[in-house]
Design a protein around this ligand. Structure first.
Ligand code: GLC
Length: 530
């Protein structure tokens, strides 16, 4: 095994910038706001921030529609604010990872404005076109609009591809000019001092050359009953990833993290490259779709480990800006909080890099947003069918119990969850028994024990099917993690003697195993071999 890279030992924290901290009272979070909360992030113990897009954008998909890849949208501040944020974060040992949206641009990007003006424009070939006709060329769908992904462009008598909204036209990644334009954008930000990119829709860059229709798949309900074999996940993406990896490597220790769009861990695993020469990490979203079950998570992790190519490093996440928060997914009345602690212990002790989504450390949850307050295009188009869209997981960070939750002194762009009055950072910071304190303790333990980062993992059998148990070991350090997913107490018999380091339902350090450990209902115990 070669030398370790910083991202393998890091705890990442995802910030959705509209919702983290507003500094100027317009109700939308901004870069200066993030900078003002660096002290908090440092005390939480995170090592790197992935910040969702804050580039110039008409905000049709809230920043995932970029009209200038090299500048900050005035809503979020100026380039100088970013410079300041990067420098201050660096001073605290926190790295910054940007979100590169290279599958598509905004329809207001000058590249697309030029491309759509005429078939002979030099940028026309940067995007994907078909001649217009009475029907679209295939069954590909615009995910957020519930219609065809092929949108009319009367000026050229063609249709262009936009898999998200019509305002997000997609690039032709077979065009070398497009590729080199994005590699230049990457170099620009590396020179600026950022530590890497999360690559939006990375496995979608290439579409089928013959534009074949996706096959029908009865199980793929949120995917319009289609298996996405032709509109994304084309093998050509490997070539682009190799090129991007070279650009990153030339800039030093920078990380590329792929949103390997979809729920297929095999595709995510393959994105690391057979020779480990593609993405440094690729998101496997499988944990986001697992039920509350020890067996389900163990199976998911084992599959993920077994699929990863030799030398590739795993990562795990439970929540992000596109899926209902896990606090809400695993809600179970007054047991919800206990479950959140078990989930946190798993995320922060399982072998791989953890990604925390802002607010999960205080147990932020989802709730239905009234129709008039919906902002997400997906939420708006699916409202009549009763789907939630993605606004519920994007509500403002709950900093304190004051009006606006300490997020804004203005009117927040999305309603703050009313539970902010009691569920907020200020209240939990004071309380050693809070969920926030639990996250801090887990992160601190992770930092102090090599086995929890670089150590190997061995799942333990014979502990009962409700308990997820594993050992992490490095050198002579040996730690066991016992996670009881059941609503009843469980007893785990152990051969060796252990001392409890952390427990979500016991006093830390107070317990030793004498042949066994008792697990409270829905609780986590982390213990070290004596
Ligand atoms: C990714 C992002 C999502 C965005 C979409 C289009 O899936 O995570 O938020 O809407 O890409 O860019």
């Amino acid at each position: 095994m070669g030398a370790r890279h910083w991202w393998e030992d890091a705890v990442f924290y995802q910030i959705y910038p509209r919702s983290f901290q507003d500094s100027d009272g317009d109700g939308v979070g901004d870069l200066a706001g993030i900078a003002s909360r660096l002290g908090y992030l440092h005390s939480l113990g995170v090592d790197a921030l992935w910040i969702s897009p804050f580039f110039k954008s008409p905000m049709k998909d809230f920043g995932y529609d970029v009209s200038d890849y090299r500048d900050v949208d005035p809503m979020f501040g100026k380039l100088g604010d970013l410079r300041d944020l990067v420098a201050r974060a660096k001073g605290l040992g926190i790295r910054i990872v940007l979100d590169l949206v290279a599958n598509h641009s905004s329809d207001e990007h000058p590249w697309f404005v030029e491309a759509r003006s005429s078939r002979s424009s030099p940028r026309h070939g940067w995007y994907l076109w078909v001649p217009d006709g009475p029907r679209p060329p295939n069954n590909w769908k615009a995910i957020f609009e519930l219609g065809s992904a092929w949108h009319r462009n009367p000026a050229t008598g063609e249709r262009y591809l936009g898999t998200f909204t019509r305002h997000q036209p997609e690039f032709d990644w077979r065009n070398p000019e497009v590729r080199s334009a994005f590699y230049d954008v990457m170099r620009y930000w590396f020179d600026f001092g950022v530590d890497g990119f999360r690559l939006d829709v990375a496995t979608g860059y290439f579409k089928d050359a013959e534009l074949r229709s996706n096959p029908f798949s009865p199980k793929a309900i949120p995917d319009f009953f289609q298996k996405h074999v032709y509109d994304r996940n084309r093998p050509e993406f490997h070539e682009a990833f190799k090129e991007m990896r070279k650009v990153a490597d030339e800039a030093g220790e920078r990380v590329l993290i792929g949103e390997t769009h979809g729920s297929d861990p095999e595709i995510a695993a393959s994105s690391h490259g057979k020779a480990n020469d593609e993405l440094h990490m690729a998101f496997n979203f499988d944990f986001l779709h697992r039920p509350w079950s020890a067996r389900a998570f163990r199976e998911s992790a084992e599959v993920w480990y077994s699929l990863l190519p030799e030398g590739a490093w795993p990562n795990f996440t439970l929540s992000n800006h596109d899926q209902p928060r896990h606090y809400w997914r695993y809600r179970a009345g007054d047991r919800t909080e206990a479950r959140a602690r078990v989930a946190a212990a798993m995320l922060l002790t399982i072998r791989g890099t953890p990604f925390i989504y802002y607010g999960e450390e205080i147990g932020m949850t989802c709730r239905r947003i009234p129709r008039h307050a919906l902002r997400d295009p997906l939420g708006i188009s699916t409202w009549p069918f009763g789907f939630l869209g993605r606004d519920p997981e994007r509500t403002p960070m709950q900093w304190d119990g004051s009006e606006g939750a300490g997020f804004t002194r203005g009117r927040p762009w999305l309603p703050v969850n009313p539970d902010y009055a009691s569920r907020n950072v200020a209240a939990q910071q004071e309380d050693p028994a809070s969920l926030l304190s639990w996250y801090k303790a887990l992160i601190a333990l992770r930092r102090a024990r090599k086995s929890l980062t670089s150590g190997g993992i061995r799942f333990l059998d014979g502990v009962g099917e409700d308990v997820l148990a594993y050992e992490r070991a490095a050198g002579d350090e040996r730690i066991i993690v016992l996670l009881n997913f059941a609503s009843r107490a469980r007893r785990v018999d152990l051969e060796d003697e252990y001392r409890v380091l952390l427990g979500s339902a016991v006093d830390p350090g107070a317990r030793r195993s004498r042949g066994h450990l008792e697990l409270e209902p829905e609780s986590a115990l982390i213990a070290s071999a004596e």
